[in-house]
Design a protein around this ligand. Structure first.
Ligand code: FE
Ligand code: CA
Length: 524
């Protein structure tokens, strides 16, 4: 048995740049289902599995909103069995008030390719039990991996039945591709909404903490976190709609940077991320190191991308605009400027090196876990969206050339953000959709967020873009990828009624990618 000492958190302490004010979250959020205080009301989570460990997460809630508490000691246990009769590791961790009493335990020394159970204990309180697993060892070729991918869970737009069905589908790993929270107040007109909430528009650390606590109070979301490890990245709404690097809304850049570092800190506090992602601990200037890789032996190498922190501002964006919008390429010469980047220079180089490494190590499937639509989407009107890869055409061409040049064995792009299912052949040249197919793209729809378009319009876009094999805007749900050495099978899962917590789910479509043959093929 290995005893892990409490992690040295001095570095992290320097993070505490802001003091949380009184919480705005209603009292019910703390009450749980029993009269007795339950500090584990936000559930548990695990993430970023390696072949010998992962991160275990929880956050202790105070007995009263805004109640002061100093550092708290939390015990944790990892067992072979769900009754914790065969404990394989246990230890303690310190939950710091500066990090909202969140707990991030990084495990090592577990056996590869195995499921475990874990829980946290504080006083006489015991957390829900989570299931998690390690990845297969490097160099092994496992027979299968079931991956789920999901994004965009607007609280008001739907209940989280998608998470319930995802748990039933028993994935090994969930990739969450952004918009875990939305920063808005509930709309005044509540017609057509699944539910409302009373929080103010999130701008401070306390606001963002309350927002995560609200979202994480949902039992179906908690169950999905407890079911298997996740790999999480963010998109824009974890901070502000359509922000780009240091460019946010308003005429006070310093105020936006303060909002952004508060939002980033709250993201770390509520996600199963490694402490190393905090870097030197200066969220205001250095940010969170979010891009990283996960490996499933030789079968799948997953590159998780940060598409917000390092990007250049959207082309021809008007400073006061609430969203990035769309432009005509001929009216916006900045759009095509070669210097513009979506990932930033350092992350572009890191990804290029990772694709070269995938080819060298003969990874069977290289997975780009990015956060929006990668393939070109030319609107019949002549407009191009500026917040997706269409807004960064030179950067997309560089990435396509990187894939073509290093030639990893199979490249599959996963995405989210647009609240629509898009399945695409990724053309080797994005300016020529009839170019040979280089990769396969599955951009997933949202867990709950509405698309804001109509199927008529989406059908017209698909007709205008022959590399788009499926485009659907009316379904909410998630994607499943069954990955074997010989083929990749994507199943698009859709809810019957996102407004119902007990909604059924159905399979919308299935596509196969055969090893060595880029491009999804519909399964009849
Ligand atoms: Fe979204
Ligand atoms: Ca988004």
């Amino acid at each position: 048995m290995r005893i892990q000492p409490a992690v040295d958190r001095r570095n992290i302490l320097r993070l505490a740049t802001s003091v949380a004010g009184m919480s705005a979250l209603p009292r019910w959020a703390w009450a749980g289902s029993t009269l007795r205080h339950n500090p584990f009301g936000l559930g548990v989570a695990s993430g970023d599995p390696t072949s010998d460990g992962m991160v275990l997460w929880t956050r202790l809630l105070p007995a009263e909103p805004g109640a002061a508490a100093g550092p708290l000691t939390v015990r944790w246990e990892v067992a072979d069995d769900e009754r914790f009769l065969r404990i394989v590791q246990r230890g303690t961790a310190t939950a710091l008030p500066e990090l909202a009493h969140s707990v991030h335990v990084e495990l090592a020394g577990l056996a590869p390719d195995r499921w475990y159970h874990y829980r946290f204990l504080h006083g006489d309180a015991v957390s829900p039990t989570g299931r998690t697993r390690t990845a297969p060892a490097a160099g092994q070729m496992p027979g299968r991996l079931r991956l789920a991918f999901a994004s965009c869970q607007n609280w008001e737009h739907g209940h989280y039945a998608a998470w319930h069905h995802l748990v039933q589908d028993a994935p090994d790993l969930v990739l969450f591709l952004g918009d875990y929270i939305y920063e808005y107040t509930s709309p005044a007109d509540t017609s057509g909404l699944a539910r409302v909430q009373t929080l103010r528009h999130a701008t401070t650390l306390a606001d963002f903490r309350d927002r995560y606590a609200l979202y994480k109070s949902d039992p179906q979301l908690q169950a999905a976190h407890a079911a298997c490890p996740w790999g999480v990245v963010w998109d824009d709404h974890e901070v502000q709609n359509d922000y780009a690097g240091a460019n946010g809304r308003g005429d006070d850049p310093a105020a936006f940077l303060a909002l952004r570092s508060a939002a980033w800190q709250a993201f770390y506090e509520h996600m199963p991320l490694r402490a190393a992602s905090l870097g030197a601990g200066h969220l205001g200037t250095q940010g969170l190191a979010l891009h990283r890789r996960l490996a499933w032996g030789q079968l799948a190498h997953i590159h998780l991308l940060d598409m917000r922190q390092h990007r250049d501002v959207q082309a021809c964006r008007r400073p006061a605009a609430r969203s990035a919008g769309a432009v005509r390429p001929e009216d916006c010469t900045t759009l095509a400027a070669p210097s513009r980047s979506l990932l930033g220079t350092a992350q572009e180089r890191w990804l290029d090196a990772g694709l070269a490494q995938d080819a060298r190590q003969q990874a069977r499937w290289s997975v780009l876990a990015q956060t929006t639509l990668f393939s070109p989407r030319a609107y019949p009107s002549g407009l191009r969206a500026t917040d997706t890869w269409d807004g960064y055409p030179a950067a997309r061409q560089r990435l396509l050339q990187s894939i073509a040049g290093h030639a990893p064995r199979n490249t599959v792009v996963l995405g989210g953000d647009i609240h629509q299912n898009y399945v695409c052949r990724v053309p080797a040249d994005a300016e020529r959709p009839d170019a040979p197919t280089l990769a396969s793209e599955f951009c997933g729809t949202s867990i709950s967020s509405r698309s804001g378009t109509t199927q008529d319009k989406v059908d017209a876009v698909a007709r205008h873009n022959p590399h788009v094999l499926l485009a659907r805007c009316e379904e909410r749900g998630y994607g499943l990828a069954d990955i074997t050495p010989a083929r990749w099978t994507t199943t698009l899962r859709a809810l019957d009624d996102p407004l119902r917590a007990d909604s059924g789910a159905r399979t919308l479509a299935r596509f196969v990618v055969e090893d060595g043959r880029p491009g999804p093929v519909p399964l009849m």
